[in-house]
Design a protein around this ligand. Structure first.
Ligand SMILES: CCCCCCCC(=O)SCCNC(=O)CCNC(=O)[C@H](O)C(C)(C)COP(=O)(O)OP(=O)(O)OC[C@H]1O[C@@H](n2cnc3c(N)ncnc32)[C@H](O)[C@@H]1OP(=O)(O)O
Length: 164
């Protein structure tokens, strides 16, 4: 676990515009490449924010043909988690809101964008949206993240339980 946390701290560095951002870790539900239930999200720096193109598949279905709202929230939350790589240090979700404006469809590609709206002490106020290729927004979101030290995540590895 300590090695994982040390490796993770190195990910909070400078990324040029357009650069692909790292994953949180291999088994992250949002972006981990080795999580068989995961979304395998890949995010790029886009200006001062992040963007991703994402297609949900049948593992994330809610109503037939339509993505489960919780799966959408997972991806948006993780996209914010990628935005944190541009903020120099980790933070965690304290509040997440999603406006489901139109059904998100299985098999359709969406563009996701997330940006920091403002910083206030330990708090980051962020906003995101997912749009169809033609530009119509299907979801909008806001969230409050609170900055924490890397040690915050050591809570997730109680004695005797492997980190992954
Ligand atoms: C790099 C990370 C990977 C990201 C992966 C994707 C994101 C995630 O899934 S993170 C996992 C889910 N989230 C969590 O597990 C977080 C669980 N919550 C916690 O651990 C704690 O509540 C924590 C650390 C966020 C804050 O704890 P603590 O500092 O004791 O809280 P508290 O002092 O009450 O609130 C912190 C600040 O937020 C403010 N605040 C709290 N709620 C809100 C809100 N809804 N809106 C605005 N501000 C708020 C408080 O007023 C306070 O402000 P200030 O610093 O000015 O006093």
């Amino acid at each position: 676990m300590q090695a994982l946390l040390a490796m993770w701290a190195e990910k909070f560095t400078v990324y040029p515009d357009g650069a692909e951002l790292p994953t949180h870790h291999d088994h992250c539900l949002g972006c981990g490449p080795n999580n068989p239930h995961g979304h395998h999200l890949r995010a790029l720096r886009h200006g001062d924010g992040v963007q991703a193109w994402h297609t949900f598949d049948n593992r994330h279905v809610g109503a037939p043909g339509i993505v489960h709202g919780g799966a959408v929230a997972t991806v948006v939350d993780d996209l914010y988690g990628c935005l944190l790589f541009l903020e120099g240090g980790p933070a965690v979700t304290r509040q997440l809101t999603i406006e489901y404006l139109a059904p998100v469809l299985i098999g359709a590609e969406y563009r996701l964008q997330a940006d920091v709206v403002r910083r206030e002490g330990r708090k980051l106020f962020v906003a995101a949206r997912a749009t169809e290729p033609a530009g119509r927004a299907v979801i909008t979101s806001t969230a409050v993240f609170v900055k924490v030290s890397v040690e915050h995540f050591a809570q997730g590895s109680p004695p005797g339980v492997p980190a992954d």
